[in-house]
Design a protein around this ligand. Structure first.
Ligand code: ZN
Length: 390
């Protein structure tokens, strides 16, 4: 892209000031971003002040020449390139090509200011918001994670969301499922969620699917046509994950899954045929830990005896992290932390660790690999599915 066609703007989220005569400091608010630039005659500071997004580089040059008679166009161009390479500029002319309405730019002003920090001459905050606007997300399960993430999608500006659930609101949900209130008890969660979002963000089209997913075919039927799936339910334990996983791999749709137990929580993003999948994970873990299969069997056997210990504080930590992955996925602001990596959070220390590396597909995976033979751990899951009459 030619720098001449841009109308550079110095990012409003960045600082600039003269720290002593002839030296300016840029971007000192943020860790490792601050730089000092020599500016003997004050021309760079003037250039930054003039870069408010209304002027092209030749126009900036002509304006500077009124004060600095000796200045050349190629010097201004070089300075603009340098400031852009340092991460301080983006192209304000991109606004003219944006499809966002005035109302959308007003509503999502803070989003746009945030995205502007990561914008360049090639990527604009308006484009990032547009990518969120046109995204199509499916949420499986509208309980603790799902209802909160629906809120987050509204805040991010996603306008096409499908919610899949079969459950009704219970009084015991209200410690953490803030989308619902006392008057909603007994109503279908998907209906309450749709009504709520119609008032909160009327541009969002919420498609509701009243369904319990009990097979790969069920999963595929709701995932079809979706850009990203959020798996926010966990029952039947292990099996639901496997059905969503297989449907997503077949349709090549990425999904992010999260969960919590008493002391920790996790999140993981599977990018089909790029990272490993849930079955790769089970095979990998069974090879690493000899008693893995036995542990899984025990968890399944005792699952109904373990109380739900999800408190809002812990839940929202993982919710926020999933939501953060979602906007990075659509905007490209940064890489996904949990793509092919299971991230674990210790709720007592708030420490984060990369618990499982799933960046590679497992050669023995029958779901995302080319292996047709059933691995012993997968066989166990198939047997468990049959044993549970599912
Ligand atoms: Zn796999």
């Amino acid at each position: 892209m030619s720098v001449y066609r841009t109308r550079p703007v110095f990012k409003h989220t960045q600082s600039v000031h003269e720290i002593k005569p002839g030296v300016i400091r840029l971007g000192e608010f943020y860790k490792d971003m601050g730089v000092e630039i020599e500016d003997d005659d004050g021309a760079i500071l003037k250039l930054i002040q003039y870069m408010d997004g209304t002027r092209t580089v030749p126009e900036l040059f002509r304006l500077l020449k009124e004060t600095y008679d000796h200045i050349r166009l190629d010097e201004v161009e070089a300075a603009v390139y340098e400031l852009h390479n340092l991460g301080f500029l983006y192209d304000y002319s991109a606004l003219e090509r944006s499809s966002l309405t005035d109302l959308e730019r007003h509503r999502f002003k803070a989003n746009l200011d945030y995205f502007s920090f990561y914008s360049t001459f090639q990527s604009s905050p308006w484009t990032m918001q547009e990518k969120l606007k046109s995204a199509h997300v499916t949420i499986i399960g509208i309980g603790g994670f799902g209802s909160s993430l629906l809120f987050h999608l509204g805040g991010l500006g996603v306008t096409q969301v499908k919610v899949v659930d079969f459950d009704t609101v219970d009084l015991s949900n209200l410690n953490r499922q803030m989308l619902f209130n006392e008057a909603d008890i007994g109503k279908l969660k998907i209906d309450v969620a749709k009504d709520f979002m119609a008032r909160f963000y009327s541009d969002m089209k919420v498609e509701t699917v009243h369904k319990q997913i009990l097979s790969v075919e069920d999963a595929a039927s709701v995932i079809q046509g979706t850009d990203l799936v959020i798996l926010a339910a966990d029952q039947p334990l292990f099996l639901l994950q496997r059905w969503i996983n297989k449907a997503c791999v077949n349709l090549q749709t990425p999904f992010v899954v999260g969960g919590i137990n008493v002391i920790s929580g996790f999140l993981l993003t599977v990018s089909p045929l790029e990272t490993g999948c849930i079955d790769c994970l089970h095979i990998q873990q069974s090879e690493r830990y000899p008693d893995y299969v036995q542990s899984v069997s025990n968890i399944l056997r005792f699952d109904n005896q373990i109380p739900n210990s999800a408190i809002v504080s812990n839940l929202m930590i993982i919710c926020g992290m999933i939501s953060s992955e979602i906007f990075r996925y659509f905007t490209g602001v940064g890489p996904l932390v949990s793509k092919g990596t299971m991230i674990n959070i210790d709720f007592m220390t708030l420490e984060k660790e990369k618990a499982i590396d799933l960046s590679q597909r497992h050669a023995a995976c029958p779901t995302c690999g080319s292996c047709n033979e059933e691995h012993s751990v997968i066989h166990v899951f198939e047997e468990l599915g049959i044993a549970q009459n599912i």
